[in-house]
Design a protein around this ligand. Structure first.
Ligand SMILES: [Fe+2]
Length: 490
């Protein structure tokens, strides 16, 4: 196999392989498929030459030794200053939505994703829907359109209604075309290529906006620090796992085993269990008052060493409006910690840059709580099959769509002329929560972390048939973006 084939196998498996490692695999004739399986079985999605050598030496019994460098005893993080830059706007609350706001919102989404699509070489000379629907016979045409409706005919053809600002038309994907039609999400924006006959388009290819393949991480962050990614603390719940909090704090304060490098902690929403979130929630609450829940959450934050920078965004259980973008949690809920210089309250979704300083770009983390995930998983057959316990699939699709909530009804909106869900720039890390499922995967070089939770299985989750995967903490090195997972439950 040549380098391209080997690299393709790793990309397909979601493994980020350094060029040296690919060379090594080719030179030594190592079976790349078997190696991918081995890596996935030990939860390692980053391949370096050292990792292969460790595996060859039979050093894979202790997973940690395969991909984690020995922790330095030197206390690092507390000796260096940090930098947190929140790049997402925290909009003022707006209670009335007008038609003009919705039109501006959809126009903004269309223009932003159109610009991403225009960078693809396959997308050449796109025509407008208005012009194409008048055509009687046109071959090799391209149009950038919103998929406004999807139906599957009795014969298995996909019948789409597509539109752009100039009009709507019917577009058909014939059965068994296998061009990605199984993953189309209503309301997403794609480029479609094909031919037109009497105003109906026959699609031969779909181009998704997608993220470009990044084969290696070259941010050049000099300090050997790391960021911890967690979510869904659910303070106040009967099922709150105090022992997970205690073990987490004990590790953070230990100053060893990697904790000495932790400079940043990102928390991706549902910080408290909230009040009145679902019918009958009262009986699931240990702390029934929302202000008391946040006071207990503050106590948890106060236990974290003060030299660590903490980024907190809201989720659907927090005390802010449900409509997205959700503004940062109000300071009135945090009487004690908002005066702390190390606590940063961001909106949801939130683009945050960690440790960008001295003119160097930092680690870009796209934090999104994930309220849209459940509805999207349920609406798309290819995702529904994989279920809620494999969140990497919906996360991958959203990166391909370059949108966090492509299906209009997948979340509540507070529309404005800026669609906050468009993934305008490619993040280094995509950090989500909500599903209480845990996954760390790479898609085209973007590290995806569906953070776990500090809440055990609830009766509500029992009722909806979803199993929680609590107690996992992901630690990501800012130097090389390698992840490590702590299991604090078992
Ligand atoms: Fe949650």
């Amino acid at each position: 196999m040549d380098k391209k084939e080997v690299a393709g196998i790793f990309i397909e498996a979601g493994i980020l392989a350094e060029p040296d490692a690919v060379d090594y695999v080719v030179d030594k004739g190592i079976d790349a498929g078997a190696l991918s399986e081995k890596l996935m079985s030990v939860g390692n999605f980053f391949l370096t030459k050292e990792v292969i050598e460790a595996l060859e030496a039979g050093n894979d019994k202790d997973k940690k030794s395969v991909f984690i460098k020995t922790a330095s005893k030197k206390i690092l993080a507390k000796d260096v200053s940090g930098s947190v830059k929140i790049h997402s706007k925290a909009e003022e609350p707006q209670n009335t939505k007008t038609l003009t706001d919705f039109v501006a919102y959809f126009n903004d989404r269309y223009e932003k994703i159109k610009n991403i699509l225009l960078a693809h070489t396959e997308v050449k000379n796109p025509m407008s829907v208005g012009r194409l629907k008048e055509a009687t016979d046109e071959k090799n045409v391209c149009v950038i359109a919103i998929i406004s409706d999807i139906n599957i005919s009795k014969n298995g053809h996909h019948i789409l209604n597509v539109e752009d600002p100039t009009g709507t038309m019917t577009a058909i994907i014939m059965k068994d075309k296998n061009i990605g039609e199984e993953a189309i999400i209503p309301d997403e924006i794609v480029a479609i290529l094909g031919s037109v006959s009497n105003g109906t388009m026959f699609i031969n290819n779909i181009v998704f906006p997608d993220v470009p393949i990044m084969n290696h991480f070259d941010k050049n962050i000099e300090d050997d620090l790391s960021a911890v990614l967690i979510s869904d603390i659910h303070m106040g719940s009967n099922e709150y796992l105090q022992k997970v909090e205690d073990r987490f704090i004990k590790w953070l304060k230990s100053g060893e085993d990697g904790a000495e490098k932790v400079k940043y902690i990102c928390m991706s929403g549902d910080n408290v269990d909230g009040v009145g979130i679902y019918p009958g929630q009262k009986q699931d609450l240990k702390i029934p008052d929302i202000y008391d829940q946040y006071l207990a959450f503050e106590k948890f934050i106060e236990r974290i060493p003060e030299y660590m920078e903490i980024v907190i965004i809201p989720g659907n259980h927090d005390a802010v409006r449900l409509a997205e973008p959700q503004p940062p949690i109000g300071k009135n809920f945090f009487p004690n910690i908002t005066s702390f210089n190390n606590v940063h309250l961001g909106p949801n979704p939130c683009r945050v840059e960690l440790h960008g300083m001295d003119g160097r770009e930092g680690m870009n983390v796209l934090m999104y709580h994930g309220y849209s995930f459940t509805k999207i998983i349920n609406a798309v057959p290819s995702l529904r099959v994989k279920g809620m316990d494999q969140p990497e699939h919906v996360m991958t699709e959203l990166l391909r769509k370059r949108h966090l909530a492509p299906m209009y009804k997948s979340t509540q909106l507070m529309p404005s002329g800026d669609d906050p869900h468009v993934i305008r720039s490619v993040p280094d890390i995509f950090h989500t929560g909500d599903l209480h499922s845990f996954a760390v995967k790479s898609y085209r070089g973007v590290l995806m972390v569906s953070a776990s939770t500090f809440q055990g299985q609830t009766s509500f989750m029992d009722r909806v048939g979803h199993e929680s995967n609590p107690g996992k903490v992901t630690v990501v090195s800012l130097k090389d973006k390698k992840p490590r997972v702590l299991d604090l439950l078992n």
